[in-house]
Design a binder for this molecule. Structure first.
Ligand code: SAM
Length: 238
């Protein structure tokens, strides 16, 4: 995983928006339970998590380094910036969220910046959608798009963040129906695909089309992907 790889998503911003999963409302409500005030969504991208936070009636500020991703983010207040240099004043937000993004940051620098912009006892909420490998289609898809990956049914919790309480964890299981075009967009939006050679990209797309053909229902032109949404919340201390 490299800094370059963390900045490729904008090349496929439309595919990202079409193909990537949203976040379940109950998962986002759990992340921000007890928070009152403005929430910063950092690494906000095209706004999948920003939208879910705004739907809970929070004011949201969306920060991301990639203007192509931010252009799809419907949040009123979007700002170009990074987790390591957040363009906000000290103690200005009640919560900070990061969806599918914390692992891309320099975590020590991001922790210091999140601690700076949060109000005292403010909330840090991290969330990842992960394929549910107990589901046959989801597992088969992972085997095609991540060949050789060590398949594990559980996720590693993020490392403790300096200046914050230990993380509480919650997991939410859900399923999502997708058209074959949606599955293809999902694959096209992944960073390993975006940095692969064209021949490797074509091989992956061919294998994904073949897999979808074998799973697509006879009545509905769709397949179902099963997800587990892993949520971690911690409060600033001191
Ligand atoms: C996988 S996308 C997640 C987007 C969105 N949060 C979501 O849940 O769909 C990762 C995002 O992190 C952004 N990103 C990469 N490096 C970053 C950094 N150092 N600080 C803030 N955002 C970063 C990328 O531009 C991209 O939009």
């Amino acid at each position: 995983m490299t800094r370059e790889q963390s900045r490729v998503f904008g090349e496929a911003a439309d595919a990202y928006e079409l193909g990537r999963p949203d976040y379940p409302a109950d998962a986002v409500a759990w992340l921000l339970d007890g928070v009152r005030g403005t929430v910063l969504d950092v690494g906000a991208g095209s706004g999948k998590l920003s939208r879910a936070v705004a739907a809970l009636a929070f004011d949201v500020i969306a920060v991301d380094p990639d203007e192509r991703m931010l252009a799809r983010n419907a949040t009123v207040d979007t700002r170009v910036g990074t987790a390591e240099a957040i363009p906000l004043p000290d103690h200005s937000v009640a919560g900070v969220t990061a969806g599918q993004a914390w692992h891309w940051f320099d975590q020590a620098a991001a922790a210091a910046e999140v601690g700076r912009v949060l109000m005292p006892r403010g909330r840090l909420g991290l969330v990842w959608n992960v394929y549910d490998l107990a589901d046959e289609f989801s597992r088969s898809l992972v085997e095609v798009i991540d060949p050789g990956a060590a398949l594990s049914a559980t996720e590693d919790a993020p490392a403790p963040v300096a200046g914050f309480s230990p993380f509480d964890e919650a997991v939410f299981s859900w399923r999502r129906a997708m058209t074959p075009a949606g599955v293809e967009a999902l694959v096209r939006s992944r960073s390993p695909f975006l940095i692969a050679a064209p021949t490797e990209q074509q091989r992956t797309l061919g294998a994904v089309r073949e897999l979808v053909r074998t799973f697509v229902g006879s009545q509905e032109p769709s397949v179902e992907i099963a997800y587990r949404t892993y949520c971690y919340r911690a409060d600033a201390v001191g």
